[in-house]
Design a protein around this ligand. Structure first.
Ligand SMILES: [Zn+2]
Length: 409
């Protein structure tokens, strides 16, 4: 299969053809004269290496207790809808993947997904490392589920066992969250300082034990500054920013009759935090763009369970970022190239670039066709979206997963 149009790599934007071999689903050639194209996209379109979301809660595990929320099939359908071709699934399940056995049992369930899935293993107060390499997630303070540390000092006993690993940290200090728990609003119960102190703590522990760390859903200016300072000193630390923290803030959030509608952890911040994150993304100082897709039903959302379903709108959101002035090469870096490196490390295949030998997954955006997102377009079992009735400046034209074509235009 040959696709022709404007390709966007992490280095440049140029017109070319890409050939994906049907049998293997791999890219076999990139060049100008590969033959007659099966799909040709005009200059309003951009062809990216398939987007990869590093932070998704698919909610399916061997207990099947939360599969009513989402499973690997429906999450992957929502992902394809949003132009996402691979995703990493979080471990805070009722039956959490924290050992060889529980990780493998959960991995069995991922076969039903239509896209590539990589599972995080969880780190908690009583866990120990798996016998094979996997990406890890550590919850420094309480969030959804019960896989977390309830005291900051407990981190120091457990994390050193995971020497040389790659760990994503949910950075909110358990000790500080307790101090603020009686405050009046969700945002005040989880103020900036909870994240900033947890980031400092994680950076110190990881530095000492040679751990590569990623700050999941980083939401504060000061937090990102801590990451950038540590990077300058040579530490392998990265920052993941989520779409909702770039688009919504305490002042501009969607107001409904339900005050908990826009509740998530970490919470929405002030406008200046949001502006700073967007600015730093444009400058290339953010490493990953993720959704933190959390497929709670509207009823659960009203009860105050934190998290928003966001996979369906991933690609639409990218068209907004492009219009805001985020350079195309930066988009490829944070959505494909950088997360592709993590996938490549743990999957024994090459992800995140349009090059011979890489997995043949592509995301095609149409930058000239506006799209108003409606509830009936949601593929996630959650069945709703905070972006309902939002008009985006562009649309997802096609999602190609290992040579399988999912059309939308
Ligand atoms: Zn999450």
């Amino acid at each position: 299969m040959i696709i022709e149009g404007t390709l966007v790599t992490h280095e440049k934007t140029f017109h070319s053809q890409v050939q994906i071999e049907e049998k293997t689903g791999l890219i076999v050639a990139v060049g100008d004269n590969l033959g007659k194209a099966d799909f040709t996209f005009d200059n309003n379109h951009r062809i990216f290496p398939g987007f990869i979301d590093l932070h998704v809660h698919c909610r399916e595990d061997p207990s099947q207790k939360q599969s009513y929320k989402e499973d690997f099939l429906t999450a992957s359908q929502a992902a394809i809808n949003g132009g996402v071709t691979a995703m990493m699934d979080m471990p805070n399940n009722p039956k959490a993947p924290v050992s060889d056995k529980s990780y493998k049992a959960k991995k069995e369930l991922t076969h039903k997904a239509l896209i590539d899935v990589l599972l995080y293993a969880g780190i908690g107060p009583k866990t120990s490392p798996l016998s094979f390499p996997v990406p890890y997630k550590a919850y420094m303070g309480p969030s959804v589920g019960d896989l977390f540390f309830d005291k900051d000092e407990k981190i120091d006993k457990v994390i050193p066992m995971y020497k040389n690993s790659w760990i994503a940290f949910h950075c909110e200090s358990a000790d500080l969250l307790k101090e603020y728990e009686k405050e009046s609003t969700h945002e005040r119960q989880r103020p900036q300082i909870c994240e900033v102190n947890a980031i400092k703590h994680a950076i110190n522990v990881c530095k000492e034990h040679n751990i590569r760390m990623n700050v999941a859903h980083l939401s504060t200016k000061e937090g990102l500054q801590k990451v950038l300072d540590a990077k300058k000193l040579g530490q392998d630390v990265t920052a993941e920013v989520c779409q909702h923290h770039l688009y919504f803030d305490e002042e501009n959030k969607v107001e409904t009759h339900n005050p908990k509608f826009m509740q998530m952890n970490p919470p929405l911040r002030k406008g200046d935090d949001r502006a700073y994150l967007l600015e730093q993304l444009k400058l290339g100082n953010v490493d990953y763009l993720a959704t933190d897709h959390a497929p709670h039903t509207l009823e659960e959302n009203q009860e105050g369970i934190s998290g928003l379903p966001l996979l369906d709108t991933y690609g639409l959101f990218i068209t907004w970022l492009l219009e805001e002035g985020v350079p195309e090469q930066i988009i490829t870096k944070v959505c494909s190239y950088n997360p592709g490196k993590i996938f490549s490390e743990f999957k024994d295949e090459k992800f995140g670039e349009i090059e011979e030998g890489f997995v043949g997954s592509l995301t095609v955006l149409n930058l000239a066709k506006k799209h108003t997102f409606k509830r009936d377009q949601v593929k996630s079992k959650a069945g709703w979206s905070p972006f309902e009735n939002t008009t985006f400046p562009g649309s997802v034209a096609m999602t190609i997963v290992r040579g399988n074509v999912y059309g939308r235009e």
